[in-house]
Design a protein around this ligand. Structure first.
Ligand SMILES: Cc1ncc(COP(=O)(O)O)c(C=O)c1O
Length: 384
């Protein structure tokens, strides 16, 4: 054999090595021994996922008490997959007003173009959701705490009404991560997570997951995923799986730091309101206590009225808090979010006092984070 042939066929003698973590199989093609296996249900092609993806799915099923899991490239894609798998032209869907903005954009832009009707509802609607259900309503999209506004929904009440009317519920559980909240246990049909946040935990990969206990919904999600060609790369699956192993430990620290920082912020003259469902002052604190087992590092802050210049001075003075999208990594982040806020006119946050900030407390020392905020408030005070 010539060198160029031998160079391609060097695999002889490779056997399984029992490492703690799964191998990362960077593969599109999988070489298979027989025609039966080639056209079987096993690991036959990279897009369907190989060992790391299967192990990640298994771990996520444990986390969410789910029977089925399907992976996606990122969190938004998992939301689009879950919704897209269950609706068709002519259907009507109900979406909570505080779902993640790009998921709402998917509904308003893509689904509307595909002939799906949509109605937004207040996350505080509870059992009154029944008044919005039409004969062609097919799905309700939920998220709690709501993105940016941290309102808590009465998920079991909504899920029960949906079930009684044959409507499918889809819940974005990125905040609850399956550790703090298990929507499938509360009667929800499909739970979705952006693995990009706490599961990956280090801001170095993206991923999404769609989970359900229903065999028929799982089949619909699988065919939709196949039709859209959705997959998660092996390196990203491996990274998310590795993150899951330390998830509970990291979450406890994120939660404790967030409480420390939020309580400090609450006493500041610049701060008007803390949006954290774990605070007794949060309007839906009782619902949160009933349905969640804890909190993480993400919460909102409403400042008192201030000028744009002062706000910019505050944001640009921060040294430890970075200004960037996403959350769930080891690093602290703070973003102003008025620009992306898009709520029904009746929403309580529309009448807020001043700018809305979203804070993610990372794994730094809480005192260092407080010092950073304190110094930034000083800069803000000196700005005219
Ligand atoms: C609640 C929620 N769902 C979904 C997503 C989308 O995740 P990804 O950025 O992986 O697409 C995000 C991202 O910020 C989010 O906050």
């Amino acid at each position: 054999m010539k060198d160029e042939t031998r160079l391609i066929h060097t695999k002889a003698g490779r056997g399984p090595v029992n490492t703690v973590n799964p191998p990362i199989e960077r593969g599109s093609t999988v070489l298979l021994p027989t025609r039966d296996v080639l056209y079987g249900d096993g690991k036959t092609y990279g897009r369907m996922g190989l060992t790391a993806q299967r192990e990640l799915e298994q771990a996520l099923k444990v986390l969410e008490n789910a029977k089925h899991c399907r992976l996606a490239t990122n969190g938004l894609q998992s939301c689009a997959l879950a919704i897209g798998a269950v609706v068709k032209s002519g259907d009507h869907i109900l979406i909570s007003d505080s779902i993640y903005g790009p998921t709402r954009r998917f509904c308003t832009r893509r689904l509307t173009a595909m002939g799906v009707e949509m109605t937004r509802f207040s996350p505080l609607i509870g059992a009154e959701i029944k008044d919005l259900i039409q004969p062609n309503t097919h799905a309700i999209v939920l998220e709690s705490p709501g993105s940016l506004t941290f309102d808590i929904m009465d998920t079991p009440a909504i899920a029960a009404i949906a079930k009684a009317n044959g409507v499918i519920t889809i819940f974005d559980n990125t905040w609850g991560v399956g550790v703090l909240h298990k929507p499938l246990d509360l009667g929800v049909d499909i739970s979705v997570q952006a693995l990009t946040k706490y599961p990956v935990g280090h801001a170095d990969a993206m991923g999404g997951a769609v989970l359900t206990n229903s065999d028929s919904l799982a089949a619909q999600i699988a065919t939709c995923s196949e039709d859209w060609g959705i997959s998660l790369a092996p390196d990203d699956a491996y990274t998310a799986l590795r993150g899951l192993r330390t998830l509970h430990t990291r979450l406890k620290q994120h939660e404790a730091t967030a409480y420390t920082v939020a309580h400090w912020l609450q006493e500041r003259p610049e701060v008007n309101q803390i949006l954290h469902p774990g605070f007794a002052s949060h309007p839906e604190h009782a619902l949160w206590k009933r349905d969640f087992s804890g909190a993480n590092g993400l919460f909102g802050v409403v400042l008192n009225e201030t000028s744009e210049r002062k706000l910019d001075a505050f944001l640009e003075a921060m040294k430890l808090f970075g200004m960037g999208f996403s959350w769930g990594g080891y690093e602290s982040l703070l973003i102003p979010c008025c620009d992306q806020l898009n709520r029904l006119p009746s929403d309580r946050i529309q009448n807020r006092a001043g700018p809305l900030l979203r804070i993610h407390t990372g794994l730094e020392s809480p005192q260092d984070l407080i010092d950073d905020l304190s110094e930034s408030f000083d800069v803000m005070a000196r700005t005219t």
